[in-house]
Design a protein around this ligand. Structure first.
Ligand code: CA
Ligand code: CA
Length: 116
C-alpha cells in the first residue's frame, strides 16, 4: 500500500473515530453517515472490515482491509478517489472479494445502485 493511500485511509479512520478510541464503533459510523443511509453503510462497512466480528474495527483490521483492496488489482488512484469521496461523507464503497479459480482471490468494485 502506498504512503498516500495509507494516509488517506488513516484520515478516514480518524474522521469516523469521533471519540479517539482508535476503534471504529457502530454508533460512530451511524453518526458519520447520519444523513446518508446510515444503516446500510454501517452494515456494509462492518460486514467487510470487522474480521473478528466483535462490533469494533481496530486499526489492524482497517489497514488489513485496505491492503487487501490495494493488492487486488485496483489502482491507487481508484482507491484514493473512493477514500476522498468517503472523507466527504460519501457512501461506503463495496470492494467485493470474488473467488476466481485462475486468479485466486479477486476483488471487484461494485457500487450500490439506487441505494446511495
Ligand atoms: Ca471510536
Ligand atoms: Ca473487530
Amino acid at each position: 500500500m502506498s504512503p498516500l493511500l495509507k494516509e488517506k485511509a488513516m484520515k478516514l479512520f480518524d474522521l469516523i473515530d469521533i471519540n479517539n478510541s482508535h476503534k471504529i464503533e457502530r454508533e460512530e459510523t451511524l453518526r458519520f453517515w447520519s444523513s446518508n443511509f446510515p444503516t446500510i453503510n454501517s452494515n456494509e462497512l462492518f460486514n467487510q472490515v470487522d474480521k473478528n466480528n466483535n462490533g469494533e474495527i481496530d486499526l489492524d483490521e482497517w489497514i488489513d482491509y485496505w491492503t487487501i483492496v490495494s493488492n487486488s488489482g485496483y489502482s491507487d488512484k481508484e482507491i484514493c478517489n473512493e477514500l476522498d469521496n468517503m472523507i466527504k461523507g460519501g457512501c461506503w464503497v463495496q470492494f467485493k472479494v470474488k473467488k476466481n479459480k485462475k486468479l485466486g482471490r479477486k476483488i471487484k468494485l461494485l457500487k450500490q445502485k439506487g441505494k446511495c
